[in-house]
Design a protein around this ligand. Structure first.
Ligand SMILES: Cc1cc2nc3c(=O)[nH]c(=O)nc-3n(C[C@H](O)[C@H](O)[C@H](O)COP(=O)(O)O)c2cc1C
Length: 368
């Protein structure tokens, strides 16, 4: 057991899940103001080894492990995450206007099965505040933008609940495009958030038709001084195989999108042996993440690889160095983790990177 598992986690897990999450963000944000804390963090965790470098959608990643979207919705932990040694850092999901999300409680730990159920509903501070925070981080710490060994920084874009409720597709497209323009100068890559189960109607946007509408607007922007940046589409594990393959093939053939993120949380409740049906029901609706997602993640990764040479970011239930190594070996360009970090703590990152170095398993150059 490491210090996180034996000490910090003990304390945090005494609190309700969202309170523990907020407390972690506040403490890390405050501690990160100290140069000493950041330099101690890098010394303790950061693994910089050239054999970990990989190309993802024409970007040079210092290693193939990032945080999954939702981990830092409002860009509060960027300095820490860079010092900790993530290869990529996805901010968000951010919507044009700030929104409070669904009523609390809306995040639950299912500790016996190392899982989380959440129905946050894209709670975030909105484009203006989050971009300002990112710009301030660059001013405070220019290395975040210019150090050759820095992590790649991206943003996951979403649409406001009030926009989707209008049912007007042009307005929904505009929410994503306004995020693309607004963050364009400040990030390396974009994610299109259309697979969260916690905003009613959102997942219906997972169609080639919707991506075509986005692509048209992105093409127009290209003509107006916004050369294309890497954009990946995050998909739901609840899509049928047919719908999944249709999206993967569309993205594979589109010049505007360079890959997928597989996957978001699931609304299914299989693979939770630690809880009775009644207990599971008592948590209510929401997306399930964590250990039980891993077999689906791996199966879908293998399926997607049969249909695309483009980027696949593997997400879902990755909670050990062996699983990191397995998804990379199975063809993931890189991977991302959320729930695994909650249960295993920051040590999971360096331990996984050390295994990749030892096994020389970082094959992601092949798929970018
Ligand atoms: C509390 C919580 C909030 C999340 N918020 C977002 C989000 O804002 N946008 C998004 O694309 N995914 C979000 N996710 C999904 C994760 O990015 C990830 O796809 C999912 O949790 C599976 O990975 P994991 O098993 O490593 O957690 C969230 C997940 C959790 C647990």
């Amino acid at each position: 057991m490491n210090m996180y598992e034996s000490f910090v986690k003990e304390g945090l897990f005494l609190l309700p899940a969202e309170m523990a999450h907020d407390l972690t963000h506040k403490s890390v944000n405050m501690l990160s103001k100290s140069e000493l804390f950041l330099s101690k963090t890098s010394k303790k965790y950061q693994i910089l080894d050239p054999s970990l470098h990989c190309k993802v959608a024409a970007m040079q990643y210092r290693n193939p492990i990032g945080n999954a979207a939702g981990f830092d919705k409002n860009c509060n932990m960027i300095d820490y995450c860079n010092a900790w040694g993530l290869g990529s850092y996805t901010i968000g999901t951010v919507t044009p206007l700030p929104q409070i999300g669904n009523p609390k409680p809306r995040m639950f730990r299912l500790e016996k099965d190392q899982a989380i159920i959440n129905r946050m509903g894209f709670n975030n501070d909105g484009h203006i505040v989050v971009r300002e925070r990112l710009i301030n981080a660059y001013k405070r710490n220019p290395g975040l933008r210019h150090n050759p060994n820095r992590m790649m920084i991206g943003v996951s874009l979403g649409t406001n609940k009030t926009t989707i409720e209008t049912g007007e597709i042009s307005k929904i497209v505009y929410d994503y495009i306004s995020g693309y323009k607004y963050f364009y100068r400040y990030v390396d890559y974009f994610r299109v958030g259309i697979s969260s189960p916690n905003t009613k109607g959102l997942r219906a946007l997972q169609t080639p038709k919707f991506l075509e509408l986005l692509a048209k607007q992105i093409a127009k922007l290209e003509d107006f001084g916004f050369p294309l940046k890497p954009i990946q589409i995050k998909l739901s594990p609840d899509l049928t195989d047919e719908a999944f393959i249709e999206m993967v093939e569309y993205i594979n053939n589109s010049p505007y999108f360079n890959g997928i993120v597989n996957s978001n949380t699931t609304i299914t409740r299989d693979g939770l042996p630690g809880y009775s049906h009644q207990e599971i029901g008592s948590f209510g609706n929401g997306g399930l993440s964590g250990k039980m997602l891993y077999p689906r993640n791996l199966a879908r990764l293998k399926l997607a690889r049969k249909h695309t040479d483009k980027t696949i970011i593997s997400v879902g239930g990755i909670d050990s160095p062996e699983k990191v190594a397995e998804v990379i070996a199975a063809g993931a360009s890189a991977c991302e983790i959320y729930t695994g970090f909650v249960y295993k703590g920051p040590e999971l990152l360096p331990k996984s990177l050390k295994l990749l170095v030892k096994n020389e398993i970082n094959k992601s150059e092949k798929f970018n």
